[in-house]
Design a protein around this ligand. Structure first.
Ligand code: ZN
Length: 312
């Protein structure tokens, strides 16, 4: 029998990545394309299905059998694979993506929230393997979350669970794209750290255009850049302490582009956590880096499809 793979897709507002993933979580091939959230829906979908067909052809060339496609999407996805809310991919709001992919590609399909896919990938093959219950915090353009409780992905009643980025950490805080204000994402995401830096009086130089540049400044000893990360770390600590007290988890894994800056966030984060979480819950909680990098979402989505199909 040919080796079985699933097409794992990570669909975002500006970029789409896809991979052929086997049942052990190994990536056999990978490709990517740009996405344009301002496209009309038929054009957008046509490009997405074309992308999946291309990956299927590559699998056939390699003598691999494709079990189906699993798509992680930056938005709330309900249990039947309908996109309930996708702030960065608004054209998909209300769209039944899973059914559409299944019909168009004529094989099993799955749609899932991207941060949940990352958490499941880390649980199966990455930094979450040693934990029964943990949270994956994805720090990037936004702040995403995925919850694994007793080795199962907790998606909530309609797919909206794990959204730690939208915990209110500042009662009268900055407005958020979700419609609320003072959300953690507004202070601890890449964009949030940039706002922290500007509000603290940071300059507008070329190096400060994004959070990576601000991180570079902070490491060189720039006090405003360091304060911007301290502030983000404090709010992260506040959010994580609340989650630790609610769920008494064993671990928090940091994923996403900004997880490389954990060294800058950790001192104030740990301090806040120590002050706010119950001591027993705090001692139980390990903070660690995720291990699968940018492949986590594709591996996790593919792995979840294998589970659904009874192929693991
Ligand atoms: Zn929000």
């Amino acid at each position: 029998m040919n080796k079985i793979v699933a097409i794992g897709v990570d669909l975002g507002g500006t970029n789409c990545r896809g991979a052929l993933v086997d049942r052990n979580g190994q990536v056999c091939a990978q490709c990517s394309m740009q996405t344009d959230a301002t496209d009309d829906l038929p054009t957008f979908l046509q490009r997405l299905t074309g992308f999946c067909r291309e990956l299927r052809s590559r699998a056939v060339e390699k003598g691999l059998h494709v079990a189906g496609v699993a798509c992680g999407v930056a938005g709330i996805v309900d249990p039947v694979g309908r996109i309930r809310s996708a702030p960065n991919l608004q054209l998909l709001n209300g769209f039944e993506l899973q059914g559409h992919l299944q019909r168009e590609l004529n094989f099993p399909a799955l749609a899932i929230n991207d941060a949940n896919a990352i958490a499941w990938g880390e649980a199966q093959c990455g930094g979450g393997q040693g934990f029964d219950s943990f949270l994956t915090l994805t720090l990037g353009t936004g702040v995403g979350g995925g919850l694994i409780l007793q080795r199962r992905l907790w998606q909530g009643a309609c797919g909206g669970a794990g959204e730690i980025g939208h915990l209110a950490v500042e009662a009268m805080g900055r407005p958020c794209g979700c419609g609320s204000h003072g959300c953690l994402e507004q202070y601890a995401s890449g964009q949030g750290i940039k706002k922290n830096f500007q509000e603290l009086g940071g300059g507008e130089g070329e190096e400060t255009v994004d959070s990576i540049g601000i991180a570079r400044l902070a490491r060189r000893g720039d006090p405003v850049a360091q304060s911007a990360f301290d502030l983000a770390g404090r709010y992260l600590g506040q959010g994580i302490a609340g989650v630790a007290n609610l769920l008494n988890l064993e671990g928090v894994l940091f994923a996403g582009g900004l997880s490389d800056c954990l060294d800058l966030l950790q001192p104030s984060l740990e301090q806040e956590l120590a002050e706010r979480a119950f001591a027993v819950n705090h001692h139980q909680l390990q903070l660690a880096a995720a291990q699968l990098g940018e492949q986590a979402g594709m591996i996790g989505a593919a792995s979840l499809l294998f589970d659904r199909l009874g192929l693991r």
